[in-house]
Design a binder for this molecule. Structure first.
Ligand code: GCV
Length: 935
């Protein structure tokens, strides 16, 4: 849709009831199914179905007959339009907008300066021009808008409004959405499709942009950073700034300020300068001019967010400057325009042993050195949005610096869009954490709001979970996190149950069984997720995708050995982290006897027999929590099944499918973690017996397609008696396989080689072994596999890498030394690439050729039409590799997490030489591990 007008979004009457944003319903009729009409989730919690309670409806209709507004522009105009359309729909009749009181039942919007600030509001009954009215009084325009959404919430949740008398103000000045949306429309850690902003189509806006802005405003969010902190400098290129203007204008009408993430090296990338040193006069000038240009395009831009010297992002450290120097460079340039800079404290060196300490050690000495319009943005915990972490020790360590908190709404480590994990209880734990920084009661909430240290700037940012999927979040219940994040940002003191109930009623209606069931499912889900993924605070039991259980790849984090597990972060014997907290928190964390159970393994390394405050041993707790947690997911799924007919069929079925996958994944977590801890500890579960199969080694394995391989599996007997175990591999799409058996004593383990012949074409997949042993249940962990076609069945089979690394059997070497010569099968033209051998994993996966520059490989391709397969990936994360054939882009790989690989397939007509050009994203390496043309 082009040319969206203000009128379309702002002004409106109940005629808009027919418009898409209100209806959103289609398909199966209520009468046929007994369920309400189908919905697609696109309206989120902004649904305004007719009020079904007759008594309430009559009362609402009596009190709310038309909207009186002083303005049809800006946030007040948006409030009037929203009220008119929404009340028109809720009350099933016209809800006109007027400029003055004119008969019974006015809903009056107005502003009046208030000590509680421009975002505050009151909702009251009173008389206006002698007429009884419902009055929304905002401390400013935004206050009116927030008050309007409050009133709508009351009606959506069927609350009475006859004694309306409430006053509200936000606790946090900054209440921001952070999007990790990339210039190309992809979303880092996004699990619901591509960017909601449609950058490529800007300045064109769609109704979706408006729904986005309304959703933010409805929960009181007042700003959004629209691009990834791993920032592409093109966002501040002149052509982009122009394209952002209509988006900024739309957001402005809903009280949402636009912010941008900056790339610290922009003066070099865009300005062609030789340095980005914050002390360099040219760099200062460049930022001053650039930021002035940005504010010319978007005069009320909120400001900037910067990730610097973190995970490969440029920053001031390379110039011998500090983070404060870097932040102040931007802050100084933004100050004349009223802009701020949010500077992230998320710095680490990918070193598990140091990670928890690095941000504190880096930022604590800088307290008081940041400009007044700079805010340090601190993740909720010291690691990286793990399922549970203690509150970050920087909260309360920076009394002379503006500080804000960063939460993660997108569920990177908490089940993505597959597991239900309602994070409001997690966030409340951190908001309520008592740092004791300024005596007892110095909660994180009070510090970040600015209250504790009397600072004007502070607040909270949430990394968003929205994507361009119709329902915004793919798992429709995940939108409860978006809503809950906003509601807590407004007031961290709200009760989790109230927030969850409110969202459920708004989203699914007021059927008491549906409300009670969905609220319970939400509220219990974080604890359940903790139970089967995160025993006692252990972090990173996860693969590079941050989804799949993989304790074997991250041993440094859990430190499980034969005797015990946990990360010693004490001052006495560990990495000293507990000493960063104020007393008595530091003492409680340091002393094993006082350490809270739920953080025990985050802070201490203990023997498996260590007893928790519950009296249970650590190892038994690991088993119990994983079995109980996975069983609870089964019950959650069943409870959802029980809602059939109480909510619309479409949304019910979408979520039923999510719960089926959730249950599978919870079982995989249970099997992987309980199996891993049994293998490490050899302590039998007091309550259960089982046999188990786990991957051998900690990396993906490579199998040869089209001929027999042996897959080595590790089996173990976690029962009290000897058992015979029979392991196999599933026969899938043209694969054949056998079985192998082993007799194991109680607590014994051993390996078997299971024969398998994969089909010939190359694949990347996960193998799920089978295991039988009489009646004993089997715990099954999965094995990532890459198959490569047998060299003998290829016209060309090439293993790319260094000149000396081992070669996959039947494959020829391609290294930087292979320079093209006429008649050769292949070789580099115009310059050779680099190569790396990681020394781990098998011959094909361990090494590759790579470069940050584009390089061209010339190939002699035999006559005929062929498919050419190219393998790309690394044991570390790898950025996309682009392949051009004869000058045209024919394949681009996705961003691949460490240990992941992809085969790219392109069609080639042979009988000639072809040129393949490999390139990466600017500054990043492309990778080529192998190449094959099947016979
Ligand atoms: C935007 C984690 C995530 C990254 C993210 C980073 C950050 O490491 O995995 O995707 O990058 O945090 O917060 O900067």
């Amino acid at each position: 849709m082009t040319g969206v007008t203000r009128r379309g979004f702002v002004a409106g009457t109940s005629a808009a009831v027919a418009a898409g944003w209100l209806s959103g319903a289609a398909g199966t009729a209520w009468a046929e199914t007994g369920a309400p009409p189908d919905e697609d989730g696109s309206r989120l919690w902004l649904r305004y179905p007719p009020v079904s309670d007759r008594g309430l409806l009559d009362a609402y209709r009596r009190d709310l007959q038309y909207v009186v507004t002083p303005d049809v522009e800006g946030p007040i105009g948006s409030a009037a339009g929203e009220l008119s359309r929404a009340l028109g729909s809720l009350l099933g009749r016209d809800m006109p907008i007027r400029r003055k009181v004119d008969g019974a039942g006015p809903l009056v919007l107005r502003t009046a300066e208030s000590d509680a600030g421009p975002e505050s509001y009151t909702l009251r009954r009173g008389r206006v021009d002698g007429t009884a009215a419902v009055i929304i009084t905002g401390g400013g325009d935004r206050g009116v808008l927030y008050g309007a959404f409050h009133l709508l919430r009351l009606l959506q949740t069927h609350a009475p409004i006859d004694r309306l008398d409430l006053a509200e103000r936000p606790r946090n000045p900054l209440r921001l959405a952070n999007h990790w949306d990339n210039f190309d429309g992809s979303v880092e850690r996004g699990y619901a499709g591509r960017s909601v902003f449609g950058f490529a189509n800007l300045p064109e806006l769609t109704e979706r942009h408006a729904t986005y802005a309304r959703a933010l405003a409805s929960v009181g969010l007042n700003g959004t950073v629209i691009n990834n902190v791993n920032a592409n400098a093109q966002f501040i290129a002149p052509e982009m700034l122009i394209k952002l203007q209509p988006l900024a204008a739309l957001l402005r009408n809903w009280g949402v300020s636009l912010y941008l993430s900056l790339n610290f090296a922009s003066p070099m990338i865009l300005g062609g300068l030789a340095t980005a040193d914050p002390f360099d006069a040219g760099v200062k000038d460049w930022w001053r001019i650039k930021i002035t240009e940005i504010y010319q395009a978007v005069p009320d831009l909120g400001g900037f967010l910067v990730k610097a010297d973190s995970e490969g992002q440029p920053g001031p450290i390379s110039y011998g400057r500090t983070h404060a120097d870097g932040a102040n460079l931007i802050a100084e340039a933004a100050a004349p325009h009223g802009g701020i800079v949010m500077w992230r404290a998320f710095v680490h060196d990918f070193n598990a042993l140091e990670w928890s300490n690095k941000a504190y050690e880096t930022f604590k000495p800088l307290d008081g050195k940041f400009a007044d319009n700079a805010v340090v943005q601190i993740k909720n915990g010291p690691i990286d949005f793990q399922v549970r972490e203690p509150a970050h020790p920087l909260f309360g360590a920076l009394p002379n610096t503006n500080a804000m908190m960063e939460l993660q709404v997108t569920q990177e480590y908490t089940g993505q869009s597959t597991h239900l994990c309602y994070l409001v209880p997690q966030w409340q734990e951190v908001y309520g954490f008592d740092t004791h920084a300024d005596g007892s009661g110095t909660t994180v909430a009070k510090i970040i709001s600015g209250q504790t240290y009397g600072r004007d700037l502070g607040g909270v940012a949430g990394v968003m979970n929205f994507g361009d999927d119709t329902d915004w979040t793919r798992h429709q219940l995940a939108a409860a996190n978006t809503h809950g994040y906003g509601r807590l940002a407004w007031n961290p003191g709200l009760k989790a149950r109230d927030i969850a109930t409110e969202w459920t009623r708004q989203t699914y209606g007021n059927d008491p069984t549906a409300v009670a069931t969905i609220t319970d499912l939400l509220l219990g889900s974080w604890q359940t997720y903790l139970d089967y993924t995160n025993p006692l605070g252990v972090s990173f039991l996860i693969k590079g995708d941050h989804f799949t259980p993989s304790p074997q790849t991250n041993t440094a984090w859990h430190q499980a050995d034969a005797e015990g597990t946990g990360f010693d972060r004490t001052v006495a014997t560990g990495n000293g982290f507990t000493g960063f907290y104020h007393r008595p928190v530091a003492d409680r964390f340091e002393n094993l006897a006082d350490c809270p159970d739920e953080l025990l393994l985050f802070l201490h390394h203990v023997p498996y027999g260590h007893r928790l405050t519950t009296g249970t041993t650590v190892i038994q707790h690991v088993y119990d929590s994983h079995f109980d947690g996975a069983a609870e997911v089964g019950r959650m799924r069943d409870r959802w099944q029980g809602l059939r007919g109480r909510i619309d069929v479409k949304r019910w079925a979408d979520t039923a499918e999510r719960f089926d996958r959730h249950r599978e994944q919870a079982t995989l977590w249970r099997d992987t973690i309980a199996g891993y801890y049994f293998a490490a500890s050899r302590v039998l579960d007091e309550r259960r017996s089982w046999v188990q199969v786990t991957p051998t080694g900690n990396a993906a394995i490579c199998l040869i397609g089209g001929r027999e391989n042996q897959v080595r599996l590790t089996l173990a007997n976690a029962s009290a008696a000897e058992a015979e175990l029979v392991a196999g591999l599933p026969e899938r799409d043209g694969w054949t396989s056998g079985t192998a058996s082993l007799v194991l004593p109680s607590k014994g383990d051993g390996t078997v080689d299971v024969p398998v012949t994969p089909s010939l074409p190359p694949q990347v997949l996960t193998l799920r072994p089978t295991l039988r042993s009489g009646d004993l249940p089997a715990l099954i962990a999965e094995q990532p596999v890459i198959t490569a076609p047998a060299g003998g069945r290829c016209l060309l089979a090439v293993d790319a890498g260094s000149a000396t690394s081992p070669l996959l059997e039947g494959y020829r070497r391609l290294s930087p030394a292979d320079v093209w010569a006429d008649g050769a099968p292949y070789g580099w033209v115009g310059g050779a690439p680099q190569s790396r051998d990681r020394g781990i994993a098998d011959p094909l996966l361990r090494d590759f050729v790579n470069d940050t520059r584009a390089r061209t490989l010339r190939l002699t391709v035999p006559a005929g039409d062929h498919e050419l397969h190219l393998l790309t990936g690394d044991v570390h994360d790898s950025f996309p590799t682009t392949v051009k054939l004869d000058g045209k882009v024919v394949a681009v790989s996705e961003f691949l997490l460490g240990g992941s690989f992809a085969w790219l397939t392109i069609s080639v007509s042979g009988g000639r030489t072809v040129d393949l050009e490999f390139s990466g994203v600017p500054g990043q390496h492309w990778h080529l591990n192998g190449l094959a043309i099947l016979v």
